[in-house]
Design a protein around this ligand. Sequence first.
Ligand code: NA7
Length: 531
Amino acid sequence: MGNTPTPRHDKADAIVVGAGFGGMYALHRLREQGLSVIGFDTAPEVGGTWYWNRYPGARCDIPSVLYSYHWSPEIRAEWQWSEMFAGAPEILEYAKFVADRLDLRPLIRFNTRIAEATFDEATNRWTVRTDDGDTVTAKYAVFALGNLSAPNLPDIPGIGSFTGRILHTARWPEQDVDFTGLRVGVIGTGSSGVQVIPKIAETAEQLTVFQRTPAFTLPARNKPLDDETRGFLEQAIPFQAALVDRGRIPAEAYDAPVPSREEQFHKYEELWNTNGAMFITGGYPNVMVNKEVNDTVADFIRGKIRETVTDPVTAEALCPDYAYGAKRATLGTDYYETYNKPNVNLVNLRTDPIIEVTADAVVAESGSHPIDVLVLATGFDAVTGALAKVDIRGVGGRRLAEAWADGPKTYLGVATAGFPNLFLPTAPGGVSVIGNVLLNNEHNVEWISDVIAHAESTGVQRIEADGDAQDEWMSHVAAMASDTLFQTADSWYVGANIPGKARGFNFYIGPGYISRCNEVAANGYLGFTLA
Ligand code: NA7
């Protein structure tokens, strides 16, 4: 009695939800523009995905020099990455360094979940409510919740009866987990599974991997960053925005020549031995539109799997049978080699599905696998999952979940019709999480803060994406993806990993994204109504 704190009610010019790289930059930019800003994050720390994904082996698959803020030469000069692909702890340290360097912490309310956000048409302001009952009212709301932040917990019969420890890769405990002498089961072989499996295999007595769909895994060949490589990558920074504008399916993709199988194999062999990430960004421009080119890269990787994995049945189970890149290709270290270890066993759920989980085992059709710890590397309710957890109500009290029931709709991937003054960096319908999401965030946050600056300087009270402009844009987004191989597999890209979710590939992968955003701004924010 009497211990319940009195709810706080505050006002600001802008609220920013999410303190990952997108949210942190939005806080900084808006404050620099003279706005009062309040930030929120459910975590006790900044860093977003790099705070939550603390599982052993977690690391980025984009070179760290490029996966860091580009906008500040000072910050770039003050931070030295130790490895080509930094691990999650180092990226989290970098996020903390930036938060301190920019003095962002005083703006952020940590350990705080936003439960509701409601737009008031009379005042043109948003009110957000935390799950503790505090409210903040602000003219602008920026939701930077991340595309891969709502963990997917599989509904496997009996999982609640398991008496051992269950760990999701994206909710890993802060304290190290010691697997020594334990029997561990891992469900899931996407990026997280591919990274955590070799690490667990180092110490576990027995590791059983339950695989529904194999991943295309490329060897990271991670290494300490020497001055020469650092210099080389830094020189690439000025061209990164051009790469975003070039698009994942560049203009020349459909007319690009089909190189011979020999030429392709020669190139892939070189990439395989030096830097697997180049398969993702380098390679041929038509790999996601030309089946022949795609089949060749897939054949090459399957050949490597068969060469590496000694047990032929396991090797075949590890060979993907869908288009390369249709599920996000993963970077690994000793991933395929791990299956040659005597303490590692693969259960192919395609031929031997899980029936149930009991108190101490995962029971597949062919038999029971006793385990002490169950690791769920089962991914996320991607792209829309985190937004769907907030009760967001726009014009006429319409809920975002209802507006997006058939799939998300945005204009340029930054705003959505019916939700004025609400901005969504890297939302679906934009470049979103395709490519370098940190860079995409940087672009979107700058564009959003520019439109806010424009509104502030011209006395605009309400900015809203037009439904027609949004429809036209989403048709363009769909057209760019329609003849590609991206939609040909059941992946989180299309929402197929979540039962009942509307299927759709909602990323802009064509050329000219930045040019289009610039054009919209240059023409008085064409496609937005500014009132
Ligand atoms: P992903 O890539 O979605 O991988 C999740 C894995 O978990 C994938 O192999 C799934 O198989 C598997 N999964 C999910 N639910 C189940 C159930 N119920 N039973 C068996 N297997 C299941 O998530 P990650 O965390 O690895 O990576 C997400 C992104 O983060 C990654 O692409 C990078 O961008 C960073 P499925 O393929 O659905 O058959």
